[in-house]
Design a protein around this ligand. Structure first.
Ligand code: AMP
Ligand code: MG
Length: 287
């Protein structure tokens, strides 16, 4: 099977969201179980990948504990409303140890955050060595919602792409692996999911009257996404577009991308920083 990353990676200058089918399922392996029941297949696969993720996570955490590594990883999720960010976070973190993870959601900046540079709150939320970070929205909002709603003038947001690239390059050089994923849903699928929220009192809390206003700006958002993906899909911090109309595919794809990133880091348990045999002898002779 081709590396899923090669299939989903944004190729700056050529990738256009309009050309990516949100209902597509690129890179799936062949197999009977998958053909017979894709949802069950995905549930099983994501559970198996989760076991690998948990193992990688523990090794990463362990190796950072005594300063053996400064490595850390952050999954950045961006999407239109109803794109499935929350569901993806639940699916891919299921097996991981919450103590080694920090999940952060970025909404409109607080008063304090607005007094600082837009990357200030992002820097503060970055995972420490050994940790896995999950960003539900990110600094990319500062070239997405901020651009679409003209919250700052064009000459300000247009300078941010380079600034973001510099920021990410600096972090990558410092041991941070970025896994940047855009969950790509169709306009029709968004309508279905918004309607489903209105049909279910347990989902009202997810609904926001402003969601319809955002939906009306669909094309502006797609354009802003195209620019963010193309300008900030760099060698050190590539962007991936994951077709997300099918939740079972989306979960499998994101889990697979995350596992591949961990495999590249290749965390290992650190050597003992003490004399194991001496400790064993001391313990044996202790009361
Ligand atoms: P939700 O993810 O549904 O909780 O919504 C969070 C909202 O916060 C979205 O409408 C985002 O566009 C908005 N948001 C996130 N970051 C920013 C930002 N830097 N400036 C303005 N709005 C933002
Ligand atoms: Mg929302």
């Amino acid at each position: 099977m081709a590396d899923l990353r090669d299939l989903l990676r944004v190729r700056p200058g050529t990738t256009r969201l309009a050309a990516v089918d949100p209902g597509g399922t690129p890179g799936l392996p062949d197999g009977e179980a998958l053909r017979e029941d894709p949802k069950q297949w995905s549930t099983d696969q994501v559970a198996a990948i989760g076991t690998d993720l948990a193992s990688y996570q523990e090794k990463l955490f362990a190796s950072a504990k005594h300063g053996a590594t400064a490595k850390r990883i952050v999954l950045v999720l961006q999407a239109m409303d109803c794109g499935g960010k929350d569901g993806t976070v639940r699916a891919v973190t299921r097996g991981m140890n919450p103590a080694g993870m920090n999940a952060v959601s970025f909404g409109p900046p607080s008063e304090e955050e607005r007094r600082h540079h837009y990357l200030w709150r992002i820097r503060r939320a970055l995972p420490a060595p050994g940790y896995v970070g999950i960003f539900n929205r990110s600094h990319y909002e500062d070239v997405l919602v901020v651009r679409v709603h003209e919250l700052v003038p064009p000459d300000v947001w247009s300078g941010r792409y380079e600034e973001i690239n510099d920021f990410e390059a600096e972090q990558a050089a410092d041991g941070l692996t970025f896994v940047k994923v855009m969950l790509h849903i169709s306009r029709e699928e968004q309508k279905k999911r918004l309607l489903a929220r209105l049909d279910d009192p347990t989902k009202y809390w997810k609904y926001n009257a402003g969601d319809l206003d955002e939906r009306a700006r669909w094309d502006d958002y797609q354009q802003a996404y195209d620019d963010a993906l193309n300008r900030c899909g760099t060698g050190v911090a590539p962007w991936y577009v994951v077709p997300a109309d099918r939740k079972w595919y989306r979960n499998w794809a994101v889990a697979t991308l995350l596992r591949a990133a961990f495999a590249d880091i290749g965390p290992e348990y650190p050597e003992a920083g003490f004399d194991v045999e001496a400790e064993r002898r001391k313990l044996a002779s202790s009361p």
